[in-house]
Ligand binder design. Structure first.
Ligand SMILES: [Zn+2]
Length: 70
């Protein structure tokens, strides 16, 4: 198992977060099979608390919610 990338957090990572600079999107995906230095592995708590930088938005690709679709 892998540990959350946040400082002092020892919870198990459940998702991998990457930044798409082109579209200014924070992409949340399922935990990557291999550790990637360009991506962050986060626990469920920190994924929930994830706040994008100003001008960015978060795209959660883990479990699409039908209600959120246009
Ligand atoms: Zn954490």
């Amino acid at each position: 198992m892998r540990i959350c990338a946040k400082m002092r957090c020892t919870a198990e990572a459940v998702a991998t977060v990457g930044l798409s600079y082109e579209g200014r999107v924070v992409v949340v995906g399922d935990l990557a099979p291999e550790p990637n230095p360009n991506l962050l592995d986060l626990c469920s708590t920190h994924v929930e608390r994830l706040t994008p930088p100003i001008g960015w938005r978060v795209r959660d690709e883990r479990a699409p919610e039908p209600a959120a679709l246009p």
